[in-house]
Each structure stands twice: as structure tokens, then as C-alpha cells.
Design a protein around this ligand. Structure first.
Ligand code: G3I
Length: 322
């Protein structure tokens, strides 16, 4: 059996992956797995829908990269997650270094969201509306949005998103929420701020950029997911990868990686309101990890020759056991 099929049989909506726009049309072995909808039931563009790609200069919109992955999902009948609208990174200079009044930056955000979400209307199961607004120490992350609005930009963004596409799930998405520390507390507060402002929020994405041997247990992960579902939002793992800190990985390290993946996927199965799991790439041939964490990597389910790793077997077993 294959992962998306097993995930659906276990009660999830999907098992999916991020897809690299730069490789999906040139690497036929990679593309074949992307196209296998029994294995991969949901896609998300890795980079193409981000602000620097979609509105590189003010009022000038481009969807040539952004459309690549949605068109594949449409052709294959796969679900699509859409990523992302308001984020401090991959934000063009005209936004990040502008000196804005609240009124003008509000209009810039509304124009961006209405154009981009309008372009993809009806296609996205969910949108990551606000991404990574909390720093690892639990403070609000510095950005042009925070310095202009304080925390008021969350509600501005979620309200604009609802107006642009009322039928998609609107998510807050972040990493390191899995550890249930100060950052998690602040993300809980973010959800409450949005709700108190009367703005719509439907979900919280746990990115799940984790480390082999340091991934929390299945029970701890379920506990932290429930902190959010108790606020009446759904949750999902949206960018799962579990990296080895040193390479090459020994066979015991590969087995530990499999356990860690099973704990993450298992925690989603244990929590009503956890809707699915998305890996941030599936093959170690293509991953953002080695270029960001020097010496680390091999964080995914298939090796760089597209052979299934121990982690793939662990994920399939935990799904099949449900
Ligand atoms: O498109 C250019 C290309 O023209 C150029 O030749 C090449 C040379 O470096 O760079 C290409 O752009 C790169 C882009 O990925 C596409 O490959 C950027 O330099 C690189 O910074 C960018 O990295 C992406 C990263 O987000 C940027 O923040 C990663 O692919 C992507 O996996 C990563 O994804 C993020 C999520 O969106 C949010 N959560 C964390 C996650 C991992 O960092």
C-alpha cells in the first residue's frame, strides 16, 4: 500500500509533499512519484506562491512559477495546500524596506492577498495566510509588518484572506511549535488575538522541521496539537522533515529517524482535528536542509536515488496500524 491511501484509510484527509518548481519538470524519476496520487495525495508549491515570486514589484503580479504545482495537482486530482501570503522572508525589498503608514501597508497587504488568492480561488484546500510570526525565543518576530502594526497585522491578513476566498481554510503556520515551549505559548496567543479581533482562522500548521533523536514523543506531540484544537482550529503537519545532524547516517540513525517520523505521524492520528501530513520534499536528492544546516541532511523518506528509506517503512506501518 502507498502512503496517501494508507493515510486516508487511517482517517486523515491526505498525505502530501512540497514540490520543487525547479526540478519537477526536469527530473522524470522525481516527477513520477509526484504524479502517483496513491502515494502523494496533496501538493504544495515549495516557492512559487511566495510574495517575491507573485508580486516582485508593486501591483505587478506574476504566476508563472506559482502555477506550476497547482496545475500538476489539478491534472492529477490531488489536493493543494497554498503557501504563503504574509511572511517576513522571500518578501521583496519594495515591501520590506518601504517606510509605510498603517493605511498604506494595509492596502498593500489587501491588494496582494486579493490578487494572489483570487488567482487560485477554488483550488486551495488551505492557505498559509500568516507564516512564522513568532521568533524561537517566544517574542514576536521582527518584520516590517510588526514594526508598522504591532500584532494588528494578523487580523488584517486573515480578514483580507476571507474576503478573497471564503471557501479555503485559513492557517497560521510556524516551526518549532512541536517543543511546547515559549514559542508555542506565543502561537496560542496569536490564535486568540485573531479570534478576539473577530477575524477568521481555521487552522494551525506545524511545520515539523525536526532533528533525528531530538523529536518529541508521540504523546508529547499529541498534547501540543491539542492545545490548538481546543481553540476550535484544525491542525496539520505542513512541512515535515527530520534531519540527521551528521552524515552519512548510520543504519541505527536511520532507524531512529524512522521512529521519529512514526511519532509525528502517529500524533496526528491520535488527535481529532489533525487533518493531514505534508512532507517538505520526499527525496534526499532535493531538500533545503543541507544548504541551511551545514553538514546536516538526509531528512526525508526516500534517498537521493528514490529508494525508500527505513523512515518510509515506519510511516507506512504507523498508518497501517491505525
Ligand atoms: O530561484 C533562484 C535561482 O534563480 C537561483 O539561481 C538560485 C541560486 O541560489 O536561487 C534560487 O532561489 C532559491 C529558492 O529557494 C528556489 O530554489 C533561494 O536562493 C533559496 O533561498 C530558496 O530557499 C527556499 C527557502 O524556503 C527560502 O526561505 C527553499 O527552497 C524552501 O524549501 C524554503 O521553504 C521554507 C518554507 O517556505 C517556510 N518554512 C521553512 C521552509 C524551509 O526553510
Amino acid at each position: 500500500a502507498q502512503l496517501h491511501q494508507l493515510a486516508v484509510a487511517a482517517g486523515l484527509k491526505y498525505f502530501g509533499t512540497a514540490v520543487s518548481e525547479g526540478n519537477v519538470n526536469s527530473d522524470s524519476a522525481y516527477r513520477a512519484i509526484v504524479n502517483n496520487k496513491n502515494e502523494i495525495g496533496q501538493l504544495v508549491p515549495e516557492n512559487g506562491q511566495k510574495w517575491d515570486a507573485t508580486e516582485p514589484s508593486r501591483g505587478s503580479f506574476s504566476y508563472s512559477s506559482g502555477d506550476i504545482v497547482p496545475n500538476i495537482a489539478k491534472a492529477n486530482g490531488q489536493l493543494l495546500r497554498c503557501h504563503t501570503l504574509v511572511w517576513h522572508s522571500q518578501l521583496p525589498n519594495w515591501v520590506s524596506s518601504g517606510s509605510w503608514t498603517k493605511a498604506t501597508l494595509t492596502s498593500v497587504i489587501q491588494t496582494h492577498i486579493s490578487n494572489v488568492m483570487g488567482h487560485y480561488i477554488g483550488q486551495c484546500y488551505a492557505w498559509d495566510v500568516v507564516n512564522e510570526a513568532v521568533a524561537d525565543d517566544g517574542s514576536w518576530r521582527s518584520s516590517v509588518f510588526l514594526s508598522t502594526f504591532g500584532t494588528d497585522y494578523f487580523a488584517i491578513a486573515f480578514k483580507a484572506a476571507k474576503a478573497a476566498d471564503p471557501n479555503t481554510k485559513l492557517y497560521y503556520n510556524d516551526y518549532n511549535l512541536e517543543y511546547n515551549g515559549a514559542k508555542t505559548d506565543r502561537a496560542v496567543e496569536l490564535v486568540k488575538i485573531v479570534q478576539a479581533a473577530g477575524a477568521p482562522i481555521d487552522g494551525v500548521g506545524f511545520q515539523g522541521h525536526l532533528i533525528v533523536g531530538s523529536t518529541p514523543s508521540r504523546g508529547s506531540l499529541a498534547t501540543v496539537l491539542r492545545r490548538f484544537t481546543s481553540l476550535n482550529v484544525e491542525v496539520a503537519y505542513t512541512e515535515l522533515d527530520i534531519r540527521h545532524s551528521s552524515l552519512p547516517a548510520s543504519s541505527s540513525a536511520l532507524a531512529t529517524q524512522g521512529n521519529d517520523f512514526a511519532n509525528v505521524v502517529g500524533s496526528c492520528l491520535d488527535v481529532a482535528g489533525c487533518v493531514g501530513v505534508t512532507v517538505w520534499g520526499f527525496s534526499d536528492k532535493y531538500s533545503w536542509v543541507p544548504s541551511t544546516f551545514s553538514g546536516a541532511g538526509a531528512a526525508l523518506l526516500y534517498d537521493s536515488n528514490f529508494n525508500k528509506k527505513a523512515a518510509w517503512t515506519s510511516v507506512s506501518s504507523v498508518l497501517a496500524a491505525k
